[in-house]
Design a protein around this ligand. Structure first.
Ligand code: CP3
Length: 343
């Protein structure tokens, strides 16, 4: 039995909309917080297949979402490349700030798969534990988003260091983009080969790329990664998520060979339905903060998205990750509303 999620991802429409939520395995769940407390070091947590499988399945067991996303992090790639990634409570991720770009070599990329092997184990075990009608998503950060962490040494408000680097270090920046694209393709290969049914590429900070550099920094790397995967015989469907690029979605959708695109909550879904190519499945885009207040305002926003997406393949999701403050009851309300809708 193929899942509703995979059917929709392949472009078929059904009466029901598949639904999952970005960051669905996370701190808004008490059962997640309990497992997290048993593993204070976040990287060790991600590299513990038993615990990773457990928390990946928690939101499926509780809510019956149509897809699970493997519990891991986009920063596992910088970690595997030796950048000393640490997650400090209340401060977010910290890593060694890169200076020249020469800190990362092809040898390090070749050695990455061994370090990330526990993620593959978690995926294989998770796939075995999931019901056949539930899909399992593997993921990675898109090269630009990973580069912002490498160059900033952590999260950033305006990405000033990374953007300046983009302007000043033409050859070095190109080399870095190429290396990280290869590393990303390798991480996705490992996940597809371990049994992921779909792959998602998070370009969470794509909005920081100036419009005229989008093709080179956001779009071309997607094509490079897809090209590497397909050449390796991997035909797992891919979802791109270029968060915050607004009108850039047109070029992103037209010039990449993806099966679906994640739409953030800054985009009008009616515009997306009317403008983006019909062969693409669209995913999104409820503002995660609407889940905090819930009620009628949330219901209206859900209906608006469902109506706007009538007539094309759509995977219901948020416009960004669910927040730790989200009340569980509001997630149940969201599910009831989406599942109750039959088009
Ligand atoms: O259900 C899931 O989606 C779980 C898997 C997952 C995590 N991170 C686990 C996680 C996924 C898909 C991610 C993606 C991720 N990680 C992104 C892209 C998506 C996005 O939100 O834009 C980014 C930018 C990161 C980097 C990252 N990881 C940051 C900035 C932080 C700290 C901020 C925070 O939310 O605490 C993390 C930590 C992290 N990754 C947590 C989880 C559940 C919270 C850490 C904890 O439990 O203490």
């Amino acid at each position: 039995m193929t899942s509703l999620f995979l059917k929709t991802l392949s472009g078929q429409q059904s009466k029901e909309r598949p639904l999952w939520l970005m960051r669905q395995a996370g701190r808004y769940l008490a059962e997640y917080r309990a497992v997290r407390a048993s593993e204070p070091d976040f990287i060790s947590f991600c590299l513990n297949p038993e615990k990773a499988v457990e928390v990946t399945l928690q939101p499926i067991d509780r809510f019956g979402f149509d897809a699970a996303i493997i519990f891991s992090d986009i920063l596992m790639v910088p970690w595997a490349l030796g950048r000393n990634v640490k997650f400090i409570t209340g401060e977010g991720p910290k890593l060694d700030q890169m200076e020249t770009g020469d800190e990362i070599t092809e040898v390090m990329i070749a050695e990455m798969a061994l370090k990330l092997a526990p993620v593959a184990t978690a995926i294989t075990n998770c796939r075995a534990a999931l019901a056949p009608n539930k899909a399992l998503i593997g993921f990675a950060g898109a090269p630009w988003t990973i580069i912002t962490y490498l160059l900033e040494g952590g999260s950033s408000r305006d990405f000033a260091v990374a953007r300046q680097w983009m302007w000043e270090n033409d050859v070095r920046f190109d080399r870095l983009l190429d290396l990280i694209s290869h590393a990303t393709a390798d991480f996705l290969t490992l996940q597809a080969e371990a049994g992921a049914d779909a792959l998602m590429l998070f370009d969470s900070w794509a909005s920081a790329v100036p419009a005229h550099l989008r093709k080179k920094v956001v779009i071309d790397p997607v094509n490079q990664i897809v090209g590497i995967l397909r050449k390796r015989g991997i035909h797992t469907p891919l979802i791109g998520f270029p968060k915050g690029i607004g009108e850039g979605l047109v070029e992103y959708c037209n010039e990449t060979d993806l099966q679906a695109v994640g739409i953030d909550h800054g985009v009008d879904m009616r515009w997306a339905a009317a403008t983006l190519p019909l062969h693409l499945t669209l995913q999104g885009n409820l503002d995660p903060l609407s889940l905090i207040s819930g009620g009628d305002a949330m219901t209206r926003a859900i209906d608006e998205i469902l109506d706007a997406m009538d007539g094309r393949p759509h995977i219901f999701n948020l416009g960004h990750g669910i927040t730790p403050q989200t009340p569980i009851d509001h997630v149940h309300d969201l599910l009831t509303r989406v599942r109750g809708k039959v088009s």
